[in-house]
Design a protein around this ligand. Structure first.
Ligand code: MN
Length: 236
């Protein structure tokens, strides 16, 4: 995965344009935080949201985890920071057991509107496949300066979700490769939360249920069913 190219500081036209468009709208700028998100998507084809300007700030910071059967099943972990959702793809999903360090590949920042997205990305589009809102809630940094913690590669935080709670840490190994680890606290557990709570936090649907109602292709529906079978619902 290629790192996003930063505008050259030596190019005065570009850096002026960046400053100007950032002050107008960080999410819509061709050079801003969501440039990579925008570049990868055709908003006339995918049902995923295009970033909008001027979102009203809520008091609390949002977090969301989207279960996503793209080329393979993974869990997209997103934390609201500075007007966008910082994003990591976690192939095995989060674990409540502090002994389990879960690999988390940092991906492009997403718009905050993405937190509402549950549906199907069409065949052939970037990330094509079924997306479920697996968990959502609010989060609090356990550090004074999130930017400094990210730069250091050690971000401690508390989650207030429907499935995930308590203290966690993201630790960077190299470049975009991080580990997501549960801290020892009351919310720590050896329960396999991925297996115990496989359904949508907002619609209670399975991946196949979402695929069926959101116009998945036959291949995408089969893949959603296969992913559901890998995390069968213990309550049914
Ligand atoms: Mn994904």
């Amino acid at each position: 995965m290629a790192a996003p190219k930063k505008p050259q500081a030596s190019n005065p036209t570009r850096s002026r344009a960046e400053k100007k468009s950032r002050s107008q709208s960080p999410g819509l700028s061709k050079f801003g935080k969501l440039a990579e998100y925008n570049r990868r998507r055709r908003f006339d084809v995918t049902p995923e949201p295009a970033p909008r300007a001027g979102r009203a700030r809520s008091e609390a910071l949002e977090f969301v985890i989207q279960k996503h059967r793209a080329s393979s099943l993974h869990y997209d972990f997103r934390l609201e920071h500075d007007g966008v959702m910082l994003s990591w793809a976690v192939p095995k999903g989060p674990s409540l057991d502090p002994a389990n360090k879960r690999f988390a590949m940092q991906t492009e920042d997403h718009p905050i509107e993405y937190n509402q997205f549950e549906g199907v990305i069409p065949e052939g589009e970037y990330g094509g496949g079924t997306v479920m809102i697996w968990d959502r809630g609010t989060w609090e940094p356990e550090v004074d300066d999130v930017d400094r913690a990210l730069a250091k590669g050690d971000l401690k935080f508390t989650l207030h979700g429907q499935k995930l709670r308590g203290s966690w840490v993201l630790v960077r190994m190299r470049q975009r490769q991080w580990l997501l680890i549960k801290h020892r606290d009351k919310a720590a557990s050896t329960i396999d939360i991925i297996a115990a709570k496989p359904r949508s936090a907002v619609s209670r649907r399975t991946l196949a249920g979402i695929a069926q109602s959101a116009g998945a292709s036959p291949r995408q529906l089969a893949q959603a069913k296969e992913a559901d079978a890998s995390t069968p619902d213990p309550s049914t």
